[in-house]
Design a protein around this ligand. Sequence first.
Ligand code: FEO
Length: 394
Amino acid sequence: MHAREIGNGIHCIAMVHWERRLFDSLIPLPDGTSYNAYLVRGNSATALIDSADPALQEELMRELEGLGHLDYVISQHSEQDHSGAIPVVLKRFPNATLVCSTKARDLLTTHLHVPDEHIRTVTDGQTIDLGGKTLQFVETPWVHWPETICTYIPEDKCLFSCDFFGSHLATTDLYVTDQARVYEAAKRYYAEIMMPFRKVITRNLEKIRALDFRKIAPSHGPVYDKPEFIIEAYQDWVSPTMKNEVVLPYVSMHGSTAAMAKHLVAALADRGVTVHVFDLAVADIGKLAIALVDAATLIVGTPTVHVGPHPAVHYAAHLTDLLRPKLKYAAIIGSYGWSSKAIEQITGLIPNLKVEVLGTVLHKGMPTAETFAQLDKLADAVAKAHHQDELVRT
Ligand code: FEO
C-alpha cells in the first residue's frame, strides 16, 4: 500500500500481509495482518516510526525510495514484525539514529545485529524535536515485551501505539470503517498477545488516557480516528469483571465425551448460563482465546489417550494457562476406556489459573442416566456460583 497521510506531514505506510495465516507459527490469522510504519516530517528532521516484517521490507523500501534524508528511526518494539526491516533502513540511511528504550538496546543488537553506535536510548517523557513536531516517548512495558514504548505527537494529538490496540487485519482501510470487524480482530489480538499482562496493561491504559489524543495509530490494522471505541474496549477486557459465561473446549473420539459435553451445554443454557463450545479437533484456537477474555468458568472435556487427556486438550489447557484469563471457576468432564489419570494431568497443566474447581465428572464408556445426573449437578454448581457472584442479571 502506498503511503497515506493521517495528519500534517504524517504518513502511514501500511504493509499488508494478505496471505499470512499464522503468526509466531502459533497464532491463527484468519484475516491476514499488516505492519504499519509511520513517516513523520518536521521542519528540521524526519523520523520513521517502526518498520516492517522482513517478508515485506521491499515494500517499505519502495515507499522510502524518494526520501532525501532520514534522521531518526524509532523502534517502539523489538519484535521482528516491526523491527525486522530496520537493518535495511539503516543501510539505506546510514546517518539515521536508531531510537529505542533502554531495554530495547540489547534486544535490537542481539536480534538484528544492529551496530550499537547507531542507537540512542530514551526514557519515559523524553522528547525529540523534529521542528514544529515533537516526538514524546511513553514507556508502556509488557504490551507485550518488556521494552515497549509508545510515541505521542502533541502538536497533532496523535498516539503511535505499536502492538497496543493493534488488530491482525489485512485491509485497504486506512481508518476503522467497520467497528464490529475491528472489534473482533482487536479482541483476538488482545486475547492472544496481551491478556497474560492484563494487570500491567491496566496501568499502561491509565497512563495513555492521561494524554490528549484524537487518533491512535497502531502498527497492526487500521488507524483509530475515533479512539474512544478501542480505549473503552480495552478498559472492558482488562477490568476484573467477568461475565456469566462458560468456555467449554472438548474433544471426543468415539462419542462419549461429546454426548456429555452436549448434555452439559443444554443443562447450563437451561440455567441461564451462556456457553461457548469448541470442538478442539476443528476449532480456531483464536476464537477460544477470545471467549476466554470475559468468561467466569472453564470446563474442559476430554477422552482418555494412554491414561492422559487427548493431546489436543493437553495443548488447549496449556495454552489457556499461558494466556492467564480472568477465570474464577473450572470443571473437568470426560470419559475413558479402562483407566484414566486425565483429571489429575489436566489439573497439573493449569497452575497459573487461580480457579476454584466446581466439580469433575469422569465416566467409563458411554454415559448413562447417572452420568447425566452428575452433569446436571455440575450445571447447578456453575449456575449457583455465577448467581452468587452476581454475574447473572435478572
Ligand atoms: Fe506486532 Fe509484538 O509484534
